[in-house]
Ligand binder design. Sequence first.
Ligand code: C5P
Length: 471
Amino acid sequence: MLRNMASLTVRQLDDALKEQLRRRAARNRRSMEEEVRAILRSAASDVDAPASPPESAGLPGAPPRTETATRRILLIIGGGIAAYKSLDLIRRLRERGFGVRVVMTNAAQQFVTPLAAGAISGDKVFTDLFDSDSEFDVGHIRLSREANLIVVAPATADLMAKIANGHADDLATAVLLATDKRVLLAPAMNPRMWSNAATQRNLTQLRSDGIAFIGPNQGEMAERGEHGVGRMAEPLEIVAALEGLLAKPKAQRPLAGKRVIVTSGPTYEPIDPVRFIGNRSSGKQGHAIAAAAAAQGAEVVLVTGPVALPDPSGVSVIRIESAREMLAAVEKALPADIAIFAAAVADWRVVETQNQKIKKGSGQAPPLALTENPDILATVAKSASKRPALVIGFAAETEQVIQHAKEKLAKKGCDWIVANDVSPESGVFGGDRNTVHLVTASGVESWPPQSKDQVAKSLIARVVQALEKKK
Ligand code: C5P
């Protein structure tokens, strides 16, 4: 083709070179596809190889290409030795009429090639979050939108950790963070990695985030002499699990459609422009409650005093400083189904806040006349028109914790009091753990010491139970 180069213009030369490269690439792709077909034919010859006639777009016997299939699976292949089984999974899915689109992590490409996955899926394989071809043509949002379900196989320990913590630094994790589709994980890893506390923590988190799992199974590992729980589920088991998930609609989260108001943190009561009366509340417990309610599908309004905490995700946050501002924000957020008052509201404020900084030097300390703040919990619990169905208060006590909590339940007119010991020895203020007693009209439940996150989850679980009983 390039023999008469001298007689060609630069443009013609360019076109001729492009054509030659295109043909060479097509030849290479065809030979790779042949190779992959041969591998799969020999691997599948002993099982149920399809007898149907070849279909033009992909492998012999494969069903229509992704875009024409009515049930579409986005398969994310993670980096593990089990990735080779994912090629068979693609074939099994296509035999059953699924359209399969594949995303591969960088690590996955150490085990199987995008070319092989593409030849079997009959579609382009997506690998790069910042690939100008894929990101602008079929970006991570569209990859999720165009799938009925996402399967991650193999799901490595690293991928599980990233998903559990909301990372999105590559295409696979960005798709998983952006999706609202059901996600099925087929973990595969060394048994010691599977039983490691970190992986088990991530597993609990992912399950509570609504992610479904298949496997891992018990058996021999790829490494010689390694045996235990960690083998990826077999392709047909994964197919059965995803068919089961597609058959039943995503379970509604138990607080979906419920509006929850949570107060959190301290209040600051101004003395003058630079001084205030405050307290040591960190807001950790209230924020954890807001997050736990949102995780169960509630629409959450968090009214918080000054804290050094990030906003919980999926929660509307209203920042205030004083008790009166907190009351106004709560009243504005009403009506609600549930109100949980975890804020450490200052009991008193100064009667007259000074507009200028109070100067020392007069020889006398300034008289700070105090007046009581409105009780936000009692105001809402006793509201005739806007009382939420369930009103929960907290009682931070340094002595006779349960006795004082019972008195508070009656005095404030709320349904439950979560009582905790905040004496300096307890380390509750500012700490990550809490020991609480749930005081209700029917009695006292003492919970074991646990993290504030766990207290929040347990409290929200009790709220869900209480709402179900009322149905
Ligand atoms: O009276 P005490 O401050 O111990 O009551 C604690 C409970 O009442 C907590 O739920 C707290 O958020 C709430 N509270 C309130 N407004 C106040 C004082 C306390 O909502 N002014």
